[in-house]
Design a protein around this ligand. Structure first.
Ligand code: PMP
Length: 418
């Protein structure tokens, strides 16, 4: 199994010059609990569905850069389009004309998009969406669904997190997912003060089985938003283009007022987009909101190539099949060793949990054994499928999962046997 000497040395250097060595969700402290002993820390190269770490260890990657790798790392068509654009221009004193092409393609592809506003990160678009809802309604409050993640801006955080003020979250209201009665009550109690409701298309939270929308839930939410004059914001930063190229609202049979895209939009090139309805276009145009790199042209070219290719290969259908193959293989590997593995969420973004493991330690141990054998899974976060994942990769994944469950069974003869 793998060892990580070079990565450890780099991490020691990082600790001297970078807060926490590697901050945020890519760091070992927050890397959704791949135990530190198995965490590779730094990569050196990536191609297709794989990356290699500083020690030269090779991984089949089920995190896909936490989403951006949707076609395969260094996809030749996307990279060629980006390189061609780079020969002409990138960041200039005017936006490149290619910005219009990309906006037209998004409007043509995404059902609820009459326009597109480009930025860099997912959080840029969720923040813009909330500002837009407030500017459009002249109201303050925003409804969140418990277990949400909409980025790291102060308005998305919790009062007890460091650096967050009461004022940052004073206008946040929270309802449980799939609970229409609770939503109706909150809207009635706050009538005339709620600007928007922001939600992921389904609950892909951490440390919990992912939860799909109940039959009719989204249609009822849409109707309530209409009744109370509330802007319905879908945060499709994570699921966007993996379930449905027309948007995850389209996938679940409803229509958002605003929809946020980022991760899968340009196969790793840096661009995000807020799209929305005609009725909000002038409101967005009137906001004070911009950034130094938001109109850089190379990511627009990459985005056009990415969306075009996702359409050509009908990527969402492929992701559902591949995700289903991976999860059914993993679940039966677990069963062969007497463990019960629960897969939840949409297959394209599957979430895994070992049953009968309340401390979560068994699951983390299994993930660590997989990672040390070259299958990069994570413990308490959803995974991501990309189009470069082949059947041989899936077979190898299942083989490694078997080995890892075998190791676990030897160490814990009684675990999970009921
Ligand atoms: N919303 C969701 C659902 C996300 O998954 C993320 C990123 N994990 C964000 C918003 C924030 O995106 P970013 O980190 O690019 O700002």
């Amino acid at each position: 199994t793998y060892t990580y000497e070079a990565s450890r040395k780099a991490f020691d250097r990082a600790l001297q010059v970078i807060p926490s060595g590697v901050y945020g969700h890519l760091g070992p402290a927050n890397g959704c609990f791949i135990p530190q002993s198995a965490f590779p820390l730094f990569s050196s190269r990536a191609e297709g569905t794989r990356f290699w770490d500083l020690d030269g260890n090779e991984f089949i990657d089920y995190m896909c850069g936490y989403g951006p790798n949707v076609l395969g790392y260094r996809d030749p068509d996307v990279d060629a389009a980006a390189a061609e654009q780079a020969r002409h221009e990138d960041v200039v004193s005017l936006p490149s004309g290619i910005m219009v092409d990309f906006a037209e393609l998004l409007v043509d592809t995404v059902a609820s998009a009459d326009w597109a506003f480009f930025a860099k990160n997912g959080g840029d678009t969720t923040t813009l969406a909330v500002m837009t809802a407030r500017a459009a309604t002249l109201r303050k409050k925003i409804v969140f669904v418990k277990g949400y993640y909409h980025g790291s801006a102060p308005w998305t955080q919790k009062l007890d997190y460091p650096g967050i003020l009461e004022e940052d979250v004073a206008n946040n209201l929270y309802v449980p997912f799939n609970d229409l009665a609770a939503l109706e009550q909150v809207l009635a109690e706050n009538e005339g003060t709620v600007a928007g409701l922001i939600a992921q298309p389904y609950m892909h939270g951490n440390f919990a089985d992912n939860v799909l929308p109940a039959q009719g839930y989204w249609q009822a939410v849409r109707a309530l938003c209409d009744r109370y004059g509330i802007v319905l914001i879908v945060d499709d930063v994570r699921a966007g283009f993996r379930l449905d190229l027309a948007g995850s609202d389209h996938f679940y049979g409803f229509s958002a007022d605003l929809i946020c895209f980022c991760k899968a939009l340009a196969n790793g090139y840096n661009v995000s987009a807020l799209c929305g309805k005609e009725s909000l276009k002038d409101v967005v145009g009137g906001l004070s909101y911009t950034g130094s790199y938001w109109m850089s042209a190379v990511p627009f070219a990459a985005g056009i190539a990415t969306l075009t290719k996702l359409r050509q290969i009908d990527a969402p259908t492929l992701f559902a099949q591949l995700g289903g193959d991976v999860t059914s293989g993993l679940v039966s590997a677990a069963a062969d060793h007497g463990f019960s593995l629960v897969a939840s969420g949409e297959p394209a973004l599957f979430y895994l949990r070992l049953a009968d493991d309340d401390s979560l330690m068994l699951h983390q141990e299994w993930v660590a054994e997989c990672v040390r054998r070259g299958v990069f899974l994570t413990s308490h976060h959803n995974h991501f499928i990309n189009a470069a994942l082949g059947h041989a990769d899936i077979e190898r994944t299942i083989e490694v999962a078997h080995e890892a469950f075998g190791v676990l069974r030897k160490r814990h003869p009684e675990a999970g046997l009921g």
